[in-house]
Unconditional design. Structure first.
Length: 158
């Protein structure tokens, strides 16, 4: 894949992603990674997934462990399984979204539920370079908490 925008129902078999000439954007229902993928270039590789992602082979960057390049966004009810090395971030903040990490994830995993399978060598290595990355567009309308009412109510049992 080279610079451009791509749409498909299901995608598998990708082997090369080259962002040297510009951003690569992919919109899919389901994404399966069965072949090792190395993202080359310094522009973003952005994937929008409606249903599920299965990472069964490594998805890395030519610039070792640069998690700012690859971002996978999941819709409500999204599910992802990381069974091989992944360099990037998976962003699916809906409460019904799940991410299961069975291998090394270099970057970040944001979802309603993130399970790191330690017995299966699951590890998340947060990339501090992501702190400067704008994950949500600046013009997005995000509800922020403006007030919290926290109380403590004591009870007496007789």
């Amino acid at each position: 894949m080279t610079a451009g925008t791509y749409y498909a129902d299901t995608v598998s078999g990708i082997t090369d992603v080259n962002t040297t000439d510009g951003e690569v954007v992919l919109g899919v229902e389901d994404l399966t990674i069965d072949n090792e993928i190395t993202v080359e270039g310094n522009h973003d590789f952005t994937v929008f997934v409606n249903n599920s992602v299965d990472i069964n082979a490594a998805l890395t960057t030519a610039d070792t462990h640069n998690a700012t390049i690859t971002t996978i966004y999941g819709a409500d009810g999204f599910g992802a399984t990381v069974s091989d090395e992944f360099v990037g971030s998976i962003y699916a903040p809906d409460l019904t979204s799940t991410i299961t990490v069975d291998s090394d994830l270099y970057g970040a995993a944001i979802a309603g539920q993130v399970t790191v399978q330690n017995g299966k060598d699951g590890r998340v290595h947060f990339d501090t370079a992501l702190e400067a990355k704008q994950t949500v567009p600046e013009d997005a309308s995000i509800v922020s908490i403006t007030y919290l009412h926290i109380t403590e109510n004591g009870i007496e049992i007789r």
